[in-house]
Design a protein around this ligand. Structure first.
Ligand code: AMP
Ligand code: GLY
Length: 423
């Protein structure tokens, strides 16, 4: 079958790499893709915010499945429009993607279905939000309600910081995303990412993974989209997985059914593993990036039947096999990220670096120009490896990085430190 994959990040490169291995695949189209994906499929600069253009492209190319990588097209209702046109898609419809698109929506579900999460208030006026913050006292977490590209969460240590953050939100710092504000108590504990495939009724947990959100070694520096990841995450024990499925995932799936807007796709729960058990920090309506890269590296089964079963509502008939061996990915980013950075520097040595078996280099922000690989984004490369132990996977990934000649790039040198401590 022909498949269209939407997105251009490391997550989509990993998905494309895995989809391209499927015996079910005839042609993979990727919109827009990046410089690393040219050999896996046909790249197209289709404007994916023009839903009719996507429908026309799908029909013209006999595409039987559309896989949506990032959240923005989901929240914009691309899957709704595809399904109305009779086209099968992997990803939730707009009303279900609100689990990521509106933090207040998710918090209200938590309240109504008794799902463990941080205590919170939800406000659409400045005065009420400030009054609540003052009544609760610091520390507090202030969140813009909508999608704010990962920047809409302020961890306020003092009441003054909280009030400033609230004022920033309402004065438009996060655009429309900040028109409503969620204020939460601060939770403590290690964080974990937890992924399930769900077809609206059945849920199939994926292998566990953990990312590294801070820019620099030792979990220092500003928050980023993720500087590296590993799988499995020893911290997510079988008992914790079971507890998370029962207390967080199952009631969420039930809630979305009850609302008449079942959630289909990959559901990504950001968890805080508190002393009182796992609590939900947030949902995402997509795979984590870079968690997806390590999950795809460890997935032994064909991905395409899993995507189809999710879209078709037949996940109860599917099981997934995983390589027992751990995987790890190190993100190489342009110096300056997550702040400002220069675009267009050249990266050399990728052929040598990716030569060893069990090393895959997934591109995120790259473009190919006259045969040269240029850095075009903040997060640029994902050096991904799988080995018998996490120690070996880590050593292998850093050996590969040494072969990459890119003075304008940087990376963390301690990816998987927590897993190494625990093994
Ligand atoms: P979010 O975008 O909601 O995932 O928040 C981004 C990051 O902020 C999370 O990964 C946590 O590190 C942190 N965070 C969000 N909410 C809380 C909370 N209630 N308590 C502690 N940390 C939080
Ligand atoms: N790695 C975190 C995210 O994808 O949101």
């Amino acid at each position: 079958m022909n498949i269209l994959l939407i997105g251009s990040g490391g997550r989509e490169h990993a998905l494309a790499w895995k989809i391209a291995q499927s015996p079910l695949l005839q042609t993979l189209f990727i919109a827009p893709g990046n410089g690393g994906m040219t050999e896996l499929g046909t790249l197209t600069d289709l404007n994916t915010s023009d839903h009719q253009a996507v429908i026309n492209f799908v029909q013209a190319n006999n595409i039987e499945l559309v896989v949506v990588g990032p959240e923005a097209p989901l929240v914009a209702g691309l899957v709704d429009d595809l399904e109305t046109a009779g086209i099968k898609a992997f990803g939730p419809k707009q009303a279900a993607a609100a689990l990521e698109g509106s933090k207040g929506f998710t918090k209200d579900i938590c309240k109504d279905y008794n799902i463990p999460t941080a205590r919170y208030g939800r406000f659409d006026t400045l005065e009420a939000a400030k009054a609540y913050a003052e009544q609760q006292g610091a520390p507090l977490v202030v969140k813009a309600d909508g999608l704010a590209a990962g920047k809409g969460v302020i961890m306020a240590q003092t009441i003054q910081e909280a009030l400033t953050a609230i004022e920033d939100c309402f004065s438009g710092s996060f655009g429309q995303a900040g028109a409503e504000v969620v204020i939460e108590e601060t939770l403590y504990g290690p964080e974990a990412s937890f992924f399930v495939l769900t077809d609206g009724t059945n849920a199939l947990p994926l292998a566990t993974a953990q990312d590294h959100k801070r820019a620099f070694d030792g979990d220092k520096g500003p928050n980023t989209g993720g500087m590296g990841a590993y799988s499995p995450a020893p911290i997510m024990t079988d008992a914790l997985i079971e507890q998370t499925m029962a207390t967080i995932i199952a009631p969420t799936i039930k809630a979305m059914q009850d609302k008449g807007t079942p959630y289909k796709g990959v559901l990504y729960a950001g968890l805080m593993l508190t002393e009182e058990g796992p609590k939900l920090i947030e949902y995402n309506a997509r795979f984590g990036d870079p968690e997806c890269q390590v999950l795809m590296m460890r997935l032994a089964s064909d991905l395409v039947p899993a995507l189809l079963a999710t879209a078709n509502g037949t996940l109860d008939q599917l099981s997934l096999e995983w390589h027992k061996t751990p995987a790890l990915t190190v993100v190489m980013a342009t110096k300056g990220y997550p702040g400002g950075y220069e675009k267009g520097s050249q990266i050399k040595g990728l052929g040598k670096a990716s030569a060893p078996e069990n090393i895959e280099i997934f591109h995120a922000g790259t473009a190919l120009e006259n045969g040269a690989v240029l850095a075009t984004g903040g997060r640029v490369l994902n050096i991904t490896s799988r080995a018998r132990t996490i120690q070996q996977a880590q050593a292998q990934a850093y050996q590969a990085i040494e072969k990459i000649d890119w003075p304008e790039g940087f990376y963390r040198t301690d990816i998987a430190w927590r897993a190494l401590q625990e093994t």
